[in-house]
Design a protein around this ligand. Structure first.
Ligand code: NAD
Length: 418
C-alpha cells in the first residue's frame, strides 16, 4: 500500500525531470546524475512494544542531491512508506529548495508504520532507534529532517534529543519544526498553510478573483489544510467544505473554521461537525468552488475525477495530489494549478529561517518571519509566472524548469569529482 491512491510517484517525478531536461536542453551527463539519488539508506528499526513483543519497522532516508548545501526534507510515518515514494519526494525537495533559492539539496525520510495503533511510548522508542540508525547521515551541516505526515514537534524533539545525546552536545540545528522552547521558530507550525494562503492570494490577484466571499474547499485538515483554511476564513473567504481521512463536511453558506478547529481538538475529526452535511472525500473534490486546496496526500485528483473538478484555482498543499493525466485534463478545462513545489514551499522556507536562527542563536519576531515568508513566496510566484508566460508552459513546468536549471547550473560550476 502506498500513502495515496498511487501512481508510481517515482516514475512521475522522473518523467517530469526528463521532460524539463529536454526543454532546457540539459547536459546529458548532468541529467543522468539528477535522475539518481546521491545517497539512499534503508534501516531496520527494532522497537519494543508495550505488550512485550519486538516489532521491526523499516525506515528510510534518501538524500537526492547535495550540490547546493546540506539536504533538507521531512520525515513521514505511514504504513505506505517505501523507498520509491521517499526517493520521489526527496527529488521534489531538491527542485523545491532550488526554486525558492534556499541553500539546500533535497532529502526525505520515513518509517513504514501505523502511528494510529501505537502508544506515545512506542512512538518515542521507534523514533529514537530510527534516529540512531540514520545518525551518520544527518546533522546541522549534513542533512536536516523536519515533520511531514504523521510526525510533529514532539517527534522532532525526540530526534533532536537522540542526536544531541549521542554527540554529547545540544544541537538544535539538526532538525526543524521543533518546539519553540528547544530552538523552534515562531510561525513554523503554520508556515506551510500560510505559504499556501500567500500563493493563493497572489494567484487570485493575477486572475482577478476577489478574496472576499471566494468559495474554498480544503481536503485534509492537518497541519497544512487546517492552517490554510483558517487563514482563508479569516481573510473573508467562504470555506464551504473541509475533510480529513474519515470524511468531510459541507455547508454552502460557509463553515465556521474557528469553531471547527476547537471541536477537532476534542472530537478529533471534522466529519463529526454538525453545522453542515457529511460528504465523502471524492464528492468534496468535485464541489463547485473558486479555490480547491488538496492538502492530504498524493494521487487524489486523477484521470478518473479530474473532469469533474469545478475549481478555478487548485493549490497543491500536499505533495503530488494531482497525477500527470489529471494535470492535462485540468489544463484543458483552464483550471489554474499552483504546483506543490511552489504552493507548499512555505514549510521548508520557514524551516530554513529556523535553521538560520539556531545556527546564530538569535531569534526573530513572528512578524519578521511572516513578512519574509510572504516576500519569498510572492517573489517565487512572480518568477514562475513570468517564465510560464515567456515559455508558454504551465506553472508546474515553469517551476520545475527554474528548480532543475538552478541545480544543473551549480553542478556544472562545481564540475565532476574526482
Ligand atoms: P498531517 O498529518 O498534519 O495531516 C494530514 C491530514 O490529511 C489529516 O487531516 C488526515 O486525516 C488527512 N488525510 C490523510 N489521508 C487522507 C485521505 N486519503 N483523504 C482525505 N484526508 C486524508 O499532514 P500535513 O503535515 O498537513 O501534510 C499533508 C500533506 O502536505 C502531505 O502531502 C505532506 O507531504 C505535505 N506537506 C507538508 C508540509 C508540512 O510542513 N507539514 C510541508 C510541505 C508539504
Amino acid at each position: 500500500m502506498m500513502t495515496g491512491d498511487h501512481h508510481g510517484m517515482l516514475d512521475v517525478a522522473l518523467a517530469q525531470l526528463d521532460a524539463v531536461a529536454k526543454r532546457l536542453a540539459l547536459d546529458p551527463g548532468i541529467h543522468k546524475r539528477l535522475r539518481q539519488p546521491q545517497r539512499s539508506l534503508i534501516v531496520s528499526v527494532p522497537t519494543l512494544m508495550d505488550d512485550g513483543r519486538l516489532e521491526v519497522f523499516t525506515g528510510f532516508r534518501v538524500q537526492h542531491d547535495l550540490t547546493m548545501g546540506p539536504t533538507k526534507g521531512g520525515i513521514r510515518y505511514h504504513p505506505g512508506v517505501n523507498l520509491e515514494e521517499i526517493t520521489a519526494l526527496a527529488m521534489l525537495m531538491t527542485w523545491k529548495c532550488a526554486l525558492m533559492g534556499l541553500p539546500y539539496g533535497g532529502a526525505k525520510g520515513g518509517v513504514c508504520c501505523d502511528t494510529t495503533r501505537m502508544s506515545l511510548v512506542e512512538l518515542e522508542r521507534m523514533t529514537r532507534r530510527y534516529t540512531s540508525e540514520i545518525i551518520l547521515f544527518i546533522g546541522p551541516d549534513r542533512d536536516i529532517p523536519a515533520p511531514d505526515m504523521y510526525t510533529n514537534e514532539q517527534v522532532m524533539a525526540w530526534m533532536m534529543d537522540t542526536y544531541s545525546m549521542q554527540q554529547g552536545i545540544t544541537s538544535p540545528g539538526v532538525v526543524t519544526g521543533k518546539p519553540l522552547l528547544l530552538g523552534g521558530s515562531l510561525g513554523r507550525r503554520e508556515a506551510t498553510g500560510r505559504g499556501v494562503y500567500y500563493i493563493l492570494k497572489a494567484a487570485a490577484k493575477e486572475h482577478g478573483i476577489a478574496f472576499k466571499g471566494a468559495r474554498v474547499v480544503v481536503q485534509g485538515f492537518g497541519n497544512v489544510g487546517s492552517v490554510a483554511a483558517r487563514l482563508l476564513y479569516e481573510d473573508d473567504c467562504c470555506v464551504v467544505a473541509v475533510s480529513d481521512h474519515r470524511g468531510g463536511i459541507y455547508n454552502p453558506k460557509g463553515l465556521d473554521i474557528l469553531k471547527l478547529l476547537a471541536e477537532c481538538a476534542d472530537k478529533g475529526s471534522v466529519s463529526e461537525h454538525r453545522d453542515g452535511d457529511r460528504i465523502t472525500n471524492e464528492e468534496l473534490l468535485e464541489l463547485d468552488c473558486d479555490f480547491l486546496v488538496p492538502a492530504a496526500t498524493e494521487g487524489q485528483i486523477t484521470e478518473k475525477n479530474a473532469d469533474r473538478v469545478r475549481a478555478r484555482i487548485v493549490a497543491e498543499g500536499a505533495n503530488g495530489p494531482i497525477t500527470p493525466e489529471a494535470d492535462e485534463i485540468l489544463a484543458g478545462k483552464k483550471v489554474v494549478v499552483l504546483p506543490d513545489i511552489l504552493a507548499n514551499a512555505g514549510g521548508v522556507t520557514v524551516s530554513y529561517f529556523e535553521w538560520v536562527q539556531d545556527l546564530q542563536q538569535y531569534f526573530w519576531h513572528e512578524h519578521e518571519i511572516n513578512d519574509r515568508l510572504s516576500e519569498v513566496m510572492t517573489a517565487a510566484f512572480q518568477r514562475v509566472l513570468a517564465l510560464s508566460r515567456k515559455e508558454r508552459v504551465d506553472l508546474r513546468t515553469a517551476a520545475l524548469m527554474l528548480g532543475v536549471s538552478r541545480v544543473a547550473e551549480a553542478k556544472k560550476l562545481r564540475g565532476l569529482y574526482p
